[in-house]
Design a protein around this ligand. Structure first.
Ligand code: FO1
Length: 311
């Protein structure tokens, strides 16, 4: 695989696919367009959880067990903040806070998120290019029976227990793609939508005006990797969200969401039986191994997916 590959990525699923591709073909060939809809401001810090999950994964620092934050963390700062009456429901480790301090200071001094992110990646010796979908303020809001909640208030604060009745992205209408995003979508040999949540990870990226159009104007492949395997997400609330939002909670249900946007749909071997139904949607079905929990398996799976996507 010689051409550059661009990945649309949320948190854990996105970072694992990006890592798989980096291990398969090298970071210089990989660009990741990351979700910022789950960003939050807390304790005066600007936190970008999905960008950080990608950064920490590619830097080999991620706490793989939890799927977020840095491994072998300590929590002195958060403990003290909580003891003094500050919000401590969002678990920020000491080393993670160090990154947020740097990011927040630079944003306050007027630097754009894309520029700060590129510099953080360089300092963490991440060779892949990580671009936030937008430098503008875009936030995912979850509609529940009790009213609307900011994404992290729902996801972490309420442990995503409230059934999701709707999802919207505030600020999307006036958001502009960050520098490099449209070029990375147009020029890549392949664009791959990661096995991330279509509503809260990929949706906020596609909601930035110009990004969907850039995908549909492409001549090369746009593929999506199913985030549901055997009707379940590897992690996270997607299966339940599919149901409450009126979609079949299977890989086929996800393929329907991407119909017209992706021309290729990657199914896990466990979902081989959906291949004919996916093809009936007008998409090429690729069946391969997709579960990337084990870092040792990622290079091989990255190669399998790239070979499948290229046909
Ligand atoms: N997820 C949790 O379930 N609880 C937390 O306290 C938490 C803290 C946290 C801190 C930094 C970070 O980068 C991510 C964090 N996450 C936490 C994960 C995050 O909320 C979600 O995984 C993503 O936003 C969804 O993609």
């Amino acid at each position: 695989v010689r051409d550059p590959v661009t990945v649309l990525a949320g948190g854990l699923g996105g970072s694992r696919l990006a890592d798989a591709f980096v291990r398969a073909v090298g970071g210089e060939r990989i660009t990741i367009v990351g979700n910022v809809g789950d960003d939050l401001e807390i304790l005066g810090l600007h936190v970008s959880p999905d960008l950080d999950t990608v950064l920490y994964t590619l830097a080999g620092l991620l706490d793989e067990e939890r799927g977020w934050g840095v491994s072998e963390e300590t929590y002195g700062a958060l403990g003290q903040a909580g003891a003094l009456g500050g919000p401590d429901w969002f678990t920020l480790g000491d080393r993670d806070i160090g990154l947020h301090l740097v990011r927040t200071e630079r944003l306050r001094s007027g630097e754009q998120l894309s520029s700060v992110t590129a510099d953080l990646a360089r300092r963490l010796t991440v060779a892949a290019a990580l671009l936030p979908a937008t430098d503008d303020r875009l936030r995912t809001v979850i509609d529940t029976d009790g009213g609307e909640l900011d994404f992290q208030a729902w996801f972490v604060g309420r442990r995503h227990r409230d059934p999701v009745r709707g999802v919207r992205y505030t600020g999307a209408e006036s958001a502009r793609p960050a520098p490099g995003v449209l070029g990375a979508l147009a020029d890549a040999g392949a664009v791959v939508i990661a096995p991330s949540n279509p509503f809260v990870s990929i949706g906020p990226i596609l909601a930035v005006p110009g990004i969907e159009a850039a995908l549909s104007e492409r001549r090369g492949p746009v593929a999506a990797v199913s985030p549901l395997v055997g009707g379940r997400a590897i992690r996270g609330p997607l299966a339940g969200m599919m149901e409450t939002l009126g979609h079949e909670p299977t890989a086929l249900g996800v393929a329907r969401l991407y119909q017209g946007l992706a021309d290729t749909f990657v199914l896990d071997v466990a979902d081989t039986s959906f291949a004919p139904d996916v093809e009936a949607l007008g998409m090429r079905a690729v069946v391969c191994e997709t579960v990337m929990v084990d870092p040792e398996r990622r290079a091989d799976i990255g190669r399998q997916i790239l070979e499948g996507v290229r046909g």
